[in-house]
Write a protein that binds this ligand. Structure first.
Ligand code: MOS
Length: 702
């Protein structure tokens, strides 16, 4: 399928708009007569709001309304399933610090912010709990966030462990982390006289936001128009519609004017999810030849009181290695914290840290090169599903990555490699992420001049969707991509699911491909433009599973995953113990490459985030106050350019005729999977210190 434009490193079609400020993000839409919102959030983590005195705020200059649970207009019963979670202002009960208790609407942003400072709440606090430690006996078992059973097994774990001549038994921890997309969450909303709602919203899922708002206000989805033409990163935090979006629509209803509500950076730590803390206990058994005989993974992650999100750390343990006896148990502990949610490679990112660290530990005990140990346990099939992979080129990823990195130059002895006065460590880890193919529809029109318009309600969250869909359509029709315009992220366009789970290239790409082929058919048959075709296609899974499909792709016989391998070098100052990642090679095989440049950017960005996860990122909670402490980018550390070494991304060619019509696997998330473990393994190689608790900061290797 690599012909014409597909696969080429085409520059982003929206690149110029973005760097010149012409690409408008949700908060940048200035509609006439706009009013501004400011949220008031609870300062206790558990209890009740006893009273809210809004009188001073109401009389402050420019104030149009102060909305609280006490004066909330009655809303109709929700009409859709999306409406239930976290409906704001419906109760005086507080279950986490940072819960919305009022929204102030004023003529200007400054007036709204000032008036919000005058809202006086008193509370009846109760004893909160924000710590998992000491609460393991309260853990619950529920389906995880990917709808899988929290407890799964194959074979006989105990028998496998008894047979093992070598056993590793260790506990690993990953902290609470926040997404911190560059673009803050924002909604601009207004109602028409005939009760129709329009919203610009920073969202990864325009259709989801439309349904949430429709449900919350008891109007049919067709009366809610949502647009999100440009999105400055989401990473999962914009995957579901959070309370502020409903509050904006509510405020617009109350003041009968368009309103804008933008979360502050601080509020982005309480109002749009996070990656939950995990405590992962792994017991691995191997024979002397380095064949895994048993793997036990028992995980505790936190969730919130008001919503249940099960971080699926067990995913990688199901399918990444061949092992006859496996037992996976994921448990959740409810805390008085904001609701956790999906965050770039949810489950795989956190689970792979413990798994790939444990693998390195077992390899060392066996006296095997890690890569050799990885290869001895290579899974030819998905052993949990009992299915073949649609394709798997992980051996090639290992080989190409190791070659480019110079892995063979690694001296296995811990602390043996030096550069100048610095300790040098080499570490590696495997990456994998599912390839999700869901349902979508796409419309394509060709005008009399041969210009093509592609319409689909997918989203470009910074990944390059505008660019790749244009390439896909151009190739299938047989024209230059310069003749193609792509429209996205408008709820009036044909349905596509949210941009999450790395599905969009596959799902939207396949729908556009099939529609474009149909257009090409019509041209071939001699039909003259103007022409318009619409196609719906998918697997019958995921969001939009109910829609009728013109083209149903049967994916039930296969397990669909992308694979890759990380190799990294760290340098550690022997005195100061500062840790620097010195260079990185990541090799990935992801089926058909739609755009070499945007795919590489996705993988590169995810590796950079892996450096953050490995060395920096942690949200601290104050146990007494029940509150996050480092709610800003000065104290929540993410990598800066100086922290990022040369990163070589190798895209291993792979053809996959089973994964989706377009043959592409998603590439947005896999790059972070295993990255933190690769760093930890390199730190161990350099220092002999095995750090099982992220992030790996210098105090831990003193
Ligand atoms: Mo992604 S964490 O599935 O938006």
């Amino acid at each position: 399928m690599n012909k014409g434009s597909i696969g080429k490193p085409r520059e982003r079609v929206d690149g110029r708009l973005k760097v010149t400020g012409q690409a408008k993000y949700a908060a940048e839409f200035e509609v006439p007569n706009l009013a501004y919102c400011w949220l008031v959030q609870s300062t206790i983590a558990k209890g009740r709001v006893e009273s809210i005195d809004t009188s001073e705020a109401e009389h402050a200059p420019g104030v149009l309304a102060v909305i609280t649970a006490g004066n909330m207009p009655a809303l109709p019963k929700p009409t859709t399933e999306h409406a239930s979670p976290q409906r704001p202002l419906l109760t005086d009960e507080i279950v986490f610090s940072g819960q919305n208790i009022a929204v102030v609407v004023a003529e200007t942003l400054e007036q709204a912010e000032y008036a919000a400072s005058l809202v006086k709440a008193t509370y009846r606090p109760e004893q909160h709990n924000v710590l998992v430690d000491g609460h393991f006996d309260e853990a619950i078992s529920v389906q995880n966030a990917q709808g899988k059973d929290s407890h799964v097994s194959r074979g006989q774990l105990d028998a496998g462990l008894q047979e093992s001549s070598l056993r590793l038994d260790q506990t690993y921890r990953t902290p609470t982390e926040h997404h911190n997309a560059m673009e803050p969450h924002a909604t601009v909303a207004w109602w028409s006289d005939d009760a129709k709602l329009t919203a610009y919203d920073a969202t990864q899922g325009v259709n989801g936001t439309q349904n949430t708002l429709a449900g919350a206000f008891g109007v049919p989805p067709r009366d809610v128009h949502v647009m999100s033409p440009f999105i400055g990163g989401g990473f999962g935090s914009k995957g579901q519609s959070w309370p502020h979006t409903r509050l904006a629509a509510l405020a617009a209803k109350v003041v009968k004017r368009p309103v804008k509500l933008v979360l502050t950076r601080k509020q982005m730590f309480t109002s749009n999810g996070h990656r939950p803390e995990t405590i992962q206990h792994n017991v691995f058994g191997s024979n002397e030849e380095g064949k895994l005989l048993a793997m036990q993974h028992a995980d505790y992650a936190h969730t919130s009181i008001h919503e249940t999100f099960g971080e699926p750390t067990g995913n990688v343990f199901r399918m990444l290695y061949s092992c006859p006896n496996v037992d996976i148990d994921e448990k959740l502990i409810r805390l008085n914290v904001p609701a956790p949610t999906y965050m770039r490679a949810p489950g795989e990112a956190s689970g792979s840290f413990s798994m790939e660290t444990a693998m390195d530990e077992v390899a060392e005990k066996l006296g095997l090169d890690p890569l050799e140990f990885w290869l001895r346990n290579y899974a030819e099939t998905d052993e949990m599903e009992g299915k073949p992979y649609t394709s798997k080129s992980l051996r090639e990823c290992y080989a190409r990555g190791a070659e480019a990195f110079g892995w063979s130059k690694r001296n296995a002895a811990v602390g043996s490699m030096k550069e100048r006065n610095l300790l040098v460590g080499y570490g590696m880890a495997t990456a994998t992420y599912p390839s999700n193919y869901w349902n979508a529809a796409a419309r394509i029109e060709m005008d009399a001049n041969g210009n093509v318009l592609v319409q689909i309600c997918s989203q470009d969250i910074g990944t390059g969707t505008y660019t790749i869909l244009g390439q896909v359509a151009a190739d299938a029709v047989g024209i230059s991509p310069d003749l193609v315009t792509v429209q996205l992220a408008d709820s009036r366009l044909p349905f596509a699911p949210l941009s999450a789970g790395s599905n969009s290239a596959t799902t939207a790409g396949s729908a556009v491909l099939l529609a474009a082929r149909k257009l090409k058919d019509q041209l071939t048959k001699g039909n003259k433009p103007p022409l318009s075709v619409e196609v719906s296609a998918g697997t019958g899974r995921g969001p939009g599973a109910q829609m009728e499909l013109d083209e149903h792709w049967d994916s039930s016989k296969y397990s669909a995953h992308g694979f890759g391998a990380h190799f990294c070098e760290v340098h550690i100052d022997p005195d100061l113990r500062t840790i620097r990642v010195a260079r990185w090679v990541g090799a990935f095989a992801l089926g058909t490459v739609l755009n070499e440049r945007t795919l590489r950017s996705q993988l590169l960005g995810a590796i950079v985030w892996g450096i953050g996860m490995g060395l920096m990122e942690e949200t601290y909670v104050d146990a007494n106050l029940g509150r996050y402490l480092n709610t800003n980018l000065a104290e929540y550390h993410v990598p800066t350019n100086k922290d990022v070494p040369p990163i070589q991304v190798i895209i291993v060619p792979e053809e996959d005729e089973h994964v989706s019509p377009i043959g592409a696997k998603g590439g947005g998330e896999i790059g972070i999977v295993g990255a933190a473990a690769a760093i930890g393994n390199a730190v161990y190689h350099a220092t002999g210190k095995r750090i099982r608790h992220l992030p790996i900061t210098l105090d831990k290797i003193l």
